[in-house]
Design a protein. Structure first.
Lengths: 418, 289
């Protein structure tokens, strides 16, 4: 029988692994507190926290308290629960797909009448105006923060050895993926089996996930073509579907690229600096290839102010947002993370400094905005994404389910009342 | 013993009853009520009757979650019991080395599920993990995508859970083995019974109550798998590791469906109630034989 001493020893071993530390961030007397919930780890977190410290140091009126809340989905779950419980933060940021839903629930503060908000000089494709169909006609409830598009990352050393260039259309994508694949060693292509990239493919195939009249079409034939492309690449052994779901799959895809197990991946421009910093080969970013046309969705998150917060704190939150949209902060955020600068003034300043000439990878996502397609303003968009489409994409690619059948099922489900 | 006043037992029970009401019965009642509503926490709740149950049945989600949970639980229970019993038989002996091994096996049980899951994420990496390396060395070719292939992922997660809870079975089987009277084993040995015959005819029958206890408690514990799924697979790929507790979490916190999550939790509660009832009956039958 296990002696008490052995049991205590084993317990002590486990207890030794628990190390915790508490850090207090008290609001200085006389300043308006602004609680901010954010969803970044790693470098992005460091940069954001640095900008928050700068804001707190440069003025003595407001004080932002930034608290990490897990990835986007975890953060959203906590935010929603906190709203229901009446203890939500003043400020947060959420993925674009969920903004119409939150706006419909009347939990977002209208921002248009706050001083200076209409003068932010936002890049239209990245603000509410251009990110959603009819976004400018709706009450302004979201300001752009970390905005992105999917881009291709190439292992430039492998491409140079093979005498290849970045694929410009789907046929070249297939050919390049095939050329760079080495059985049991390397895949030519890697991409998370994720709704965002599928939406890009649907757009490239000439379709839309939701039609202009609000009908959920999932791209009809374009949706099938998009899914079939992935299925063929996986079936032929040229594309590695990474394990896991949500952001675990993205992280795995990045690791495959960095370790040389994938010669080319599709990921968010958000990972540009991370991949450049950690790759032991030259990284080249490239726009996504065209199908029938070029198309990408935009991604990332928007700032939102919670309607239920105290009036004074909401005004303070907007002052922080104005600070975050000044060129200095926009440029620092963009240059250190890889996200797209969200104001025209910041882009002009970067061009003036010759930044894009020196860092051509950073210009790729910005250039792709010319083919960015807006999202429909649909309250069911995130449900369509999470519940209906995403599991079926996985099923089609990993289990070989018929693309037409699974998308037909998804369309039928989308028509059912929630 | 008769109480001096008839009311005495009731006020003595009051703290426990209050605790049970606040933390169990009231939430259970709320859960059942919410399962008849469509609600996302932010907008007004809408009464849908049995709509949530119908939707879960019609979509096949309930059945899929149930079969996934049952198959993974069966693997976890059988695996941990076999490993626990085997190790108990090996380590039921005096000596420092055996004591060290017993503590080592049990230590996995007290490590947090999240730590174990993170550790096995590395070990099960399809390309650079130790299991893939072993596969390549022994079988050649590309190793299975342990956590990325729907055919492998449930068994990989079940395997991790077996590793984690085997220490629990080991402790119980060790205590069961020490309750086997040595005189009976010695008598069997004097009668010429081989070690395997002694195990088959003496040890194993006398371990039946322990086995039953380990089986039922492990089954209930394995039905509540969550952390390891949350960290390693998030219920995927293709929902192949979406067990009951994770399905409820996903419905509630990720898909924003309070009603459907409640309906799923009510069904889960009923299944656990049945299992507990079955355990109770088995124990009673055991006691009467």
């Amino acid at each position: 029988m296990i002696a008490r001493r052995e049991l205590l020893g084993a317990s002590a071993l486990a207890a030794a692994s628990l190390v915790g530390a508490c850090e207090s961030d008290a609001v200085p007397r006389g300043r308006t507190p602004v609680s901010l919930w954010f969803s970044y780890g790693g470098t992005n977190r460091e940069v954001l926290e640095g900008l928050v410290r700068r804001f707190n140091a440069r003025q003595s009126r407001d004080y932002v308290q930034a608290v990490y809340q897990g990835d986007y989905f975890e953060g959203l779950a906590k935010l929603r629960t906190a709203i229901a419980a009446g203890c939500a933060p003043v400020l947060s940021h959420v993925v674009g797909e969920v903004v119409p839903y939150l706006a419909n629930a009347h939990v977002l503060e209208p921002l248009g009448d706050y001083p200076g908000v209409r003068d932010l000089d936002l890049i239209p494709e990245l603000g509410q105006e251009g990110s959603w169909l009819g976004g400018s006609a709706r009450t302004l409830v979201a300001l752009p923060f970390n905005r992105s598009t999917p881009i291709a990352y190439l292992n430039a050393d492998l491409f140079a050895q093979a005498g290849l260039r970045a694929p410009r259309d789907w046929a070249e994508l297939r050919a390049v993926a095939q050329r760079l694949s080495v059985p049991n060693t390397r895949f030519g292509f890697g991409c998370p089996i994720n709704w965002w990239f599928w939406v890009a493919l649907v757009g490239q195939a000439g379709g839309s996930v939701v039609e202009a009249d609000g009908r959920v079409s999932l791209g009809d034939e374009a949706g099938v073509e998009a899914l079939s492309l992935w299925q063929e690449l996986v079936r032929d052994g040229f594309m590695k579907p990474p394990p896991g779901r949500d952001y675990n799959a993205w992280e795995q895809c990045n690791q495959d690229f960095l370790s040389g197990r994938a010669a080319m991946i599709w990921s968010s421009t958000a990972f540009l600096k991370y991949l450049e910093a950690h790759a032991r080969f030259r990284v080249v970013a490239a726009p996504l290839p065209a199908g029938r046309k070029r198309a990408v969705p935009t991604g990332g998150t928007f700032w939102i102010v919670l309607r239920g917060a105290v009036t004074e704190q909401k005004a303070a939150a907007v002052r922080f947002l104005r600070f975050m949209h000044e060129p200095e902060q926009v440029i620092e955020w963009s240059n250190r993370t890889g996200y797209i600068p969200v104001t025209r003034a910041a882009v002009k300043e970067l061009e003036r400094r010759g930044y894009y000439a020196a860092h051509p990878n950073d210009a790729v996502a910005l250039e792709q905005l010319s083919v960015a397609e807006p999202w429909p303003w649909s309250v069911d968009l995130f449900r369509l994404q999470r519940e209906i489409v995403q599991p079926r994409l996985e099923s089609a690619v990993l289990e070989g389910s018929d693309a037409r059948t699974v998308l037909g099922e998804a369309r039928a489900l989308a028509l059912e009342p929630t | 013993m008769k109480p001096s006043r008839r009311v005495d037992p009731y006020w003595m029970l009051l703290p426990t009853l209050l605790f049970l009401f606040v933390f169990f019965l009231f939430p259970l009642g709320m859960l059942i009520k919410q399962s008849f509503f469509s609600w996302d926490l932010l907008t007004d709740a809408r009464y849908v009757g049995l709509g949530n149950y119908r939707a879960l049945l019609r979509s096949g989600e309930l059945w899929h979650t149930f079969t996934t949970t049952l198959s993974m639980s069966t693997a976890v229970v059988l695996g941990s019991m076999a490993a626990g019993l085997g190790l108990a038989l090996l380590l039921d002996r005096p000596g420092r080395f055996a004591a060290f091994l017993r503590a080592a096996v049990f230590s996995a049980y007290v490590v947090s599920w999240v730590s174990v899951a993170l550790l096995f994420l590395w070990l099960l990496d399809a390309d650079s993990g130790i299991f893939s390396g072993l596969w390549r060395a022994l079988c050649g070719g590309r190793a299975p995508n342990w956590l990325g292939d729907p055919a492998w992922a449930p068994w990989a997660v079940a395997g991790v859970s077996v590793w984690k809870i085997t220490g629990y079975a080991l402790v119980l089987f060790l205590s069961g083995l020490q309750d086997v009277p040595s005189s009976v084993l010695e008598a069997a040995e004097l009668d010429g019974a081989s070690p395997s015959a002694r195990f088959r005819n003496v040890t194993w029958p006398l371990l039946r109550p322990t086995t039953l206890f380990v089986a039922t408690t492990s089954l209930i514990a394995s039905f509540q798998l969550f952390d390891v799924v949350r960290v390693m697979t998030q219920g995927g790929p293709v929902r192949s590791t979406t067990v009951f507790v994770y399905a409820v979490y996903e419905q509630l916190f990720l898909d924003l469906r309070v009603g459907r999550a409640s309906a799923e939790a009510v069904v889960f509660f009923a299944i656990l109630l049945l299992l507990t009832g079955a355990q109770f009956l088995l124990f009673r039958a055991q006691e009467s034989t």
